[in-house]
Design a protein. Structure first.
Length: 763
């Protein structure tokens, strides 16, 4: 606050006395120059008002208050500040700077704001600025998203099965095209007391049910008459009729690419002029401080017209640039030449490459009709095996496939330039051929090499006796790190360590990569700075002083659970003999054969009935659904319905996919005391409860064994074994990739977490 002349004089005098040199102070105060500075400071501290400016780029908007962008205010004065952003910008926060130096003064407590995230708010000057400071308020703005391109191109003629694609310059929020729960309730209420039926159109986004639109019809009518999508209108420019029934569910193929497929079962009428209107409510979310997200929408809605012809797209995408190379066992890059299959199988020795594990490819794809797909397919074909001394041709070549996302995809062009790991496929010594398939959004394909039965050939031949990682899994993932663990096949010869390298991509397209050499005591590794990572390929090889394996690669974020269906039983009805369950993975259909496992028991039966939570008969149920189920065996139904043990980990799966096990090996992290864990380390033989996502209750009381002492806040590879006096007890349903917690027997406190890396069959 401001000081009086008298108080400032006494402050200076006290400083002089404290220094113990009063005569020096006399000289100091007699100095005309210093005396003038003190008087100027006193005058500044007691000034009636201070100048406050508002600075902004002239093209981004205008200041309404203070008038002219400059005002004079006293300390403790409350006043209004207001800024109107230009149409291409949106306001999100007020900032305080020094007008001269541009230094950020936001946290210096010069001002308090009623709401600093509001473009018009009340503001109070709390304290006088220092003499050298010139106060300035700055409105921080965000540029609104823009549409960069749209296809079909406005004013053109195009095939009737060409999808609509819209490219934005920002990562858009997918919620722009899905109704919220409140919006759905409001629409249902609108039609509730009318003679109109309404039905919402479902979309599944990462397993979650959402609604992108709805359809209506007059009661008693058999055909749906009107279709509606959220924020999207597609109509006939000839007569204005709604065309949405001719299109499928819209979705964001990438955060910047909106894709609206055509309905192949109900194509657009020939020679229709299609009018597309996008509402301005398409938005992206900007994360600002204090956990606040700001919705930034389009400046205005946008529309365009194109015309469809009477024909469909049957033109394959064009491959305008292509290179295929591999890194050989000597770490040299070698080009591959397209070769007919007959030449590959008749002369194995002429194959150019030995020990290949990574392909380096470069592709450019162009499709001016439907547009290129988001990914391309790599096909690996094995023609022969190596038995240690010679090749043996396979009577039927073994074929494996994997899909690879392009680096960049627009409405008409896609490109990829990078390494493709082959070792996440099953590779043994032998002769292989590579080929590729590129498709457009209409499903029309281009093969490369173009000739049938032509491939890019190479050999794999190794003599290494080094051990190999038997299992590599994602062990833990936080907002900014990924930890993966591996389990070694230790029956082979000694090794001294590992080489690890990784490459990935963030949601904004930014690539990350790195490498590290580790000694043999490692069984897991943490990669830091992985925020927003959406793909991560980890490559691992084992080495000693004289040799090293080729790298083997793993898609570390991919779900390792190789199951087609999994559900946990949650309850039963004894009078009607109905089981209740919750789907965890995959899809279950009425009539499917299933296994029911738990508490050492295995039942084989088939599904005879499925109902959802609303008692509606269903043909199939998906992951995330709560449902009621009946089976064809009355004895099994009776045993399950009258048993109280269903809650102790009984599960439903497809036949042969999961088995009961008494013993398994796992990566395990023991919580520190600060994380809510135990207060002391544990020793081998510790017996807690085990809980997993499958079983709602403790599955048993296993014994945990490991080498040495298990310190709090550390990880180990451990073995767990269920001990049961019942000699017929077959164990619990377990599978590789299953996560679990260890829980204290007294108090039920979770003390650690883990993931199963091998079951008793694998050990």
């Amino acid at each position: 606050m401001r000081k009086s002349k008298l108080s400032l004089f006494f402050t200076i005098l006290l400083i002089c006395i404290w220094g113990g040199v009063l005569t020096s102070c006399d000289s100091f105060l007699n100095s005309e120059k210093i005396k003038q500075e003190i008087e100027d400071s006193i005058a500044y501290a007691n000034a009636d008002s201070y100048t406050i400016r508002v600075e902004y780029a002239q093209s981004t908007g205008s200041v309404k208050q203070p008038a002219g962008g400059i005002t004079s205010k006293k300390v403790t004065d409350k006043f209004t500040i207001s800024f109107d952003p230009a149409t291409d910008y949106d306001f999100y926060k007020w900032k305080v700077i020094d007008y001269i130096t541009k230094a950020d003064l936001t946290n210096n407590n010069y001002f308090s704001f009623d709401d600093k995230y509001n473009s018009q708010t009340e503001c109070t000057l709390l304290k006088a600025p220092e003499e050298s400071v010139s106060l300035c308020l700055v409105p921080l703005l965000l540029e609104r998203p823009r549409i960069l391109a749209k296809t079909p191109v406005p004013g053109t003629e195009t095939y009737k099965n060409t999808p609509i694609q819209v490219n934005f310059n920002r990562d858009m929020d997918p919620s722009s095209i899905y109704y919220t729960t409140d919006e759905k309730v409001s629409i249902e209420a609108k039609y509730k007391n009318t003679r109109t039926d309404v039905e919402f159109l479902p979309s599944y986004v990462n397993g979650e049910l959402k609604y992108h639109g709805y359809k209506t019809k007059h009661k008693g009518q058999t055909e749906w008459q009107n279709y509606y999508f959220k924020n999207i209108v597609i109509s006939s420019n000839n007569g204005g009729g709604n065309l949405l029934k001719h299109f499928g569910a819209p979705y964001f193929e990438t955060p910047r690419l909106l894709y609206i497929p055509t309905n192949e079962d109900d194509p657009i009428p020939d020679w229709t002029q299609v009018l597309v209107d996008l509402d301005k409510s398409f938005l992206y979310k900007y994360s600002i401080e204090d956990g606040i997200d700001k919705d930034i929408s389009l400046t205005m809605g946008e529309g365009w017209v194109y015309q469809v012809t009477s024909s469909k797209d049957e033109t394959p995408p064009e491959l305008y640039s292509a290179t295929v190379q591999v890194w050989d066992s000597s770490n040299q890059i070698k080009p591959l030449t397209a070769t007919a299959k007959t030449s590959i199988t008749s002369s194995y020795a002429s194959t150019q490459i030995n020990g290949a594990r990574t392909a380096k490819v470069k592709f450019g794809i162009r499709d001016q009709e439907s547009g290129p797909s988001q990914s391309f397919k790599l096909i690996l074909t094995q023609f022969a095996t190596w038995n240690g001394s010679s090749y043996k041709a396979l009577s039927t070549p073994a074929v494996q496939e994997k899909y690879i996302d392009f680096d960049t995809v627009s409405s008409q062009v896609a490109s990829f330039d990078g390494e493709v790991e082959l070792t996440d496929l099953e590779l043994s010594d032998g002769v292989y051929g590579l080929s590729f398939v590129f498709t457009d959004k209409s499903g029309i394909a281009t093969n490369y090499p173009s000739a049938a039965d032509t491939y890019f050939p190479f050999q794999i031949k190794t003599t290494s006796t080094l051990p190999f990682p038997k299992t590599v899994l994602l062990a833990d993932k936080t907002e900014d790190s990924v930890t993966f663990a591996w389990l070694m096949n230790t029956s082979a010869t000694a090794y001294t360590g590992y080489d690890v390298k990784w490459s990935g991509k963030r949601s904004n397209g930014e690539k990350i990569s790195g490498s590290q050499s580790l000694d043999k005591n490692y069984f897991c590794y943490k990669i830091e700075n992985t925020h927003d990572v959406v793909s991560l390929i980890v490559s691992l090889r084992v080495k000693n002083n004289s040799q090293q394996q080729a790298y083997k690669s793993y898609d570390i974020l991919k779900n390792p659970v190789n199951l087609t269906f999994l559900a946990k039983i949650t309850g039963s009805y004894t009078n009607t003999k109905v089981i209740t369950a919750k789907g965890l993975l995959g899809e279950l259909k009425s009539g499917d054969q299933v296994n029911i496992l738990g508490r050492g028991n295995t039942y084989n039966c088939s599904v005879t009935g499925l109902k959802n939570r609303y008692e509606v008969e269903m043909d199939s149920l998906l992951a995330g659904d709560d449902f009621k189920i009946t089976f064809d065996s009355s004895s099994i139904m009776s045993e399950l319905c009258y048993s109280t043990s269903y809650s102790n980990g009984y599960i439903i799966c497809k036949p042969g996919e999961i088995a009961n096990h008494k013993k398994f090996t796992a990566y395990f992290y023991l919580y520190s005391e600060q994380e809510g864990g135990l207060s002391n380390p544990i020793n081998s033989g510790y017996r807690p409860y085990l809980r997993s996502d499958v079983g709602a209750d403790p599955k048993g009381l296993p014994t945990v064994t490991f080498e040495g002492t298990f310190e709090l806040g550390t990880s180990k590879i451990v073995t767990l074994e269920f001990l049961n006096s019942n000699t017929t007890y077959a164990g619990e349903p377990l599978y590789v990739g299953q996560t679990f917690n260890l829980v204290t027997t007294s108090g039920g406190r979770t003390v650690g977490k883990g993931i199963i890396m091998a079951t008793s069959i694998d050990n």
